[in-house]
Every structure is written in structure tokens, then in C-alpha cells.
Design a protein around this ligand. Structure first.
Ligand code: KG4
Ligand code: ZN
Length: 345
């Protein structure tokens, strides 16, 4: 079955065709991130306007490169309905509904957060041997607006076991980068600075910023204090002693250590077969490496699944994949944008 996925929840306009939830046939993406870099963060109105400009060219490109000559070459349409920015979501939702109506195709609404998890099922020609995650699994979804830890017993059977009480992990990267004068999006800028720092300091002691809730017996995080700690530090006299690269490395370490410690404690408690990372922050090399190293030292065994970095950040491939494994079409007229959706909705 070939599903055309459409994703417009934030500043990326994406479309993709995926076969049987795993094989990428084609994919196209336009991003307005460069425009937001100028203002240091996303302006929803600008993001929505760019979605309108890009949606038809992006879908066209996907259909052409996927060799789709008629509507018969696509079996169903999947669209992100939320969570996300209302103006951006509406563009994808209305376009998908229109296509479903005129092509007479089933349409499947997809939760963007659940969608991220399915990047772990997708393969391209180079990873034929890649094993699909096995249930039960724990999934850590770390994106720009959300940080959730969920237990999945099967496709569609999701139980929330923890998450952030305030800022998301990606938000902590973005806000801290802004304080440090690094460009948006903050995650990649901070990780670039940190890599520079590690080259000259292979084993630094990184303890400058707090890791709230790390010793508590829950699976929650709190990241809003990190930005404040960075502001305080930058404004204090110690400022001149630390380079931006060192502070960026400290920020990254505080986030990575918090995420890894709590998620691995959940692995010990729930003993899942696999631990799955997902969302834009999962593209972070330090996070990926730390999970791999620390999971190998645990007494309980769980296989680690991490999508390729380009599949971690927003795209429509995982939206199409999620729709295949959770195939619940509804009538096009019932599909609406739901900006406040949570991962268990
Ligand atoms: O999943 P995503 O692409 O969009 C949302 O659904 O929010 O995640 C975007 C977030 C941003 O906060 C961005 O700074 C972060 O993912 N991010 C990273 C990296 N690449 C993207 N954070 C840390 N390291 C990275 N390499
Ligand atoms: Zn996302």
C-alpha cells in the first residue's frame, strides 16, 4: 500500500510517499527556518504564509519523483492534524482533505508526536537489514515543543509515563542558544559549538548547569530553569572565563544527562524490548552516543533504535508510515486541525 503523507505542523512543508509503512518511494520538503533564523524564533504568521506558498509545489515534487502519473498510484492520504501551529496545520489539513475528496481516497489523520516515533520503522535502500522495533517499547519523543516518554504495547496502544513539566528539550536548546547569541534553530548550533569544544577538550568536567528532578522517582523533566541559569551565568562576572563553545557544551550536557538518566531508569522499571528515540532533538549526536554507551552498561537488555538524523526532524515520511501501521481512515469532512493534541489523544 502506498500512502501519500502530508506534514505542515510548524515551519516545514513536507510530502512523501511510503510503501507499506517502511519503504520510502519519494519525499520533498521546503522549510521556512531561514526566515525564522532572522528573528531568532518562529513567527507563526510567517510560517503559515510560507506553508501556503510551498504546499502544492512540494506535493507535486513528491508525486513526480515518486513516478505517480495518476491518482491510482496512491492508495491513501495521511495528514498531520496536530499538535502544532494552527495556521500551519490548516494548510496541510485542507489540502489533504481536498485531495482525498477529488481523488476519492481514504484519509488518515495522524498525531504528529506519534508520527515521529515511526521514523524508526522507515528504511531506505541502504538499510535493508535494519530491524523494526519490537513491542513492548519505550519511546522518548523529544521535539521543539514536546518531551514525552511513552510505553507502547502495540501499534496504537500508547501509555504516557512521563514528560516535561514546563519547557520541551528542544525549546531548552533553542532558548539557551538565543541567550548565547547562537543562531536558530538552537539544537544544531549548540551541538556544533559543543563538537568544537570537545575537539580541544576530550574529557571536560561538565557540571555548570542544573539537572532538575534527576533524583526524583518519576519520569518527568523540567527544562525551564536552564535558560534562566544560562542568563544568570552570562550576566555574571564569570562570563569572561567561559567561551561560548564551553557554555554550549554545558547546556547540551545538562539536557542530555537529564534525558538519558531518566529514560534509562524507565528502561530498568518497565523492561521493554526496545528503547526508541524520536523527534528533532534525537538528531543530537551527544544524546545518541550517550544513550548507546549507557544502555550497553545496563543489566537489563533493550535494543536502542534511533532514526537517521534527517528522519528525526520534521518530515512527511514518518507521517505516512504511522498511518500505515495505524490505518484508521475517517471521512474527509470529519478531519480538522487540532493544535493542542497530546501524544495519547
Ligand atoms: O521534531 P522537530 O523537527 O520539530 C518539532 O516537532 O518541534 O524538532 C525541532 C527541535 C528544535 O528545538 C531543534 O533545535 C531541535 O529539534 N534539534 C536539535 C538538533 N536538531 C534539531 N536539538 C539538538 N541537537 C540537534 N542536532
Ligand atoms: Zn516534530
Amino acid at each position: 500500500m502506498r500512502i501519500l503523507g502530508i506534514e505542515t505542523s510548524c515551519d516545514e512543508t513536507a510530502a512523501a510517499i511510503v510503501e507499506d509503512g517502511t519503504k520510502i518511494i519519494s519525499s520533498a520538503l521546503a522549510s521556512s527556518a531561514d526566515m525564522h533564523a532572522k528573528t531568532g524564533g518562529i513567527i507563526p504568521e510567517i510560517a503559515a504564509r510560507q506553508q501556503i506558498k510551498s504546499i502544492i509545489p512540494v506535493i507535486n515534487e513528491t508525486l513526480i519523483s515518486g513516478n505517480c502519473k495518476t491518482s491510482r498510484d496512491v492508495n491513501a492520504i495521511a495528514v498531520t492534524v496536530g499538535p502544532g501551529l494552527l495556521g500551519s496545520l490548516l494548510v496541510g489539513v485542507e489540502t489533504a482533505k481536498t485531495l482525498a475528496y477529488i481523488w476519492n481516497k481514504p484519509i488518515i489523520p495522524v498525531n504528529h508526536l506519534t508520527g515521529h516515533i515511526y521514523a524508526n520503522w522507515v528504511k531506505d535502500d541502504n538499510d535493508k537489514k535494519l530491524k523494526a522495533p519490537e513491542f513492548p517499547l519505550l519511546a522518548l519523543v523529544v521535539s521543539g515543543g514536546h518531551t514525552d516518554l511513552v510505553l507502547m504495547r502495540a501499534h496504537g496502544k500508547i501509555r504516557w509515563i512521563g514528560g516535561t513539566r514546563d519547557d520541551a528539550a528542544g525549546e531548552a536548546f533553542d532558548k539557551s542558544a538565543r541567550v548565547l547569541g547562537l543562531p536558530y534553530p538552537g539544537g544544531p548550533s549548540i551541538s556544533k559549538e559543543a563538537e568544537k569544544f570537545f575537539t580541544n577538550n576530550p574529557n571536560p568536567k561538565l557540571i555548570l548547569f542544573p539537572r532538575p528532578l534527576i533524583n526524583e522517582k518519576n519520569f518527568d523533566w523540567s527544562f525551564s530553569g536552564l535558560k534562566t541559569a544560562v542568563i544568570k551565568h552570562v550576566n555574571s562576572q564569570v562570563k569572561n572565563n567561559n567561551s561560548t563553545a564551553q557554555l554550549a557544551t554545558e547546556v547540551q550536557e545538562a539536557i542530555v544527562e537529564s534525558l538519558v538518566t531518566k529514560a534509562l531508569r524507565a528502561v530498568e522499571s518497565y523492561k521493554p524490548k526496545g528503547l526508541v528515540l524520536a523527534g528533532g532533538v534525537a538528531a543530537n549526536k551527544r544524546l545518541r552516543d550517550t544513550f548507546e554507551r549507557k544502555l550497553a552498561n545496563k543489566s537489563v537488555f533493550a535494543s536502542l533504535h534511533v532514526p537517521k538524523p534527517k528522519l528525526c526532524t520534521d518530515n512527511a515520511i514518518y507521517i505516512a508510515s504511522c498511518a500505515f501501521f495505524n490505518y484508521k481512515p475517517i471521512h474527509w469532512s470529519k478531519i480538522t486541525a487540532l493544535p493542542d493534541l497530546t501524544i495519547t489523544d
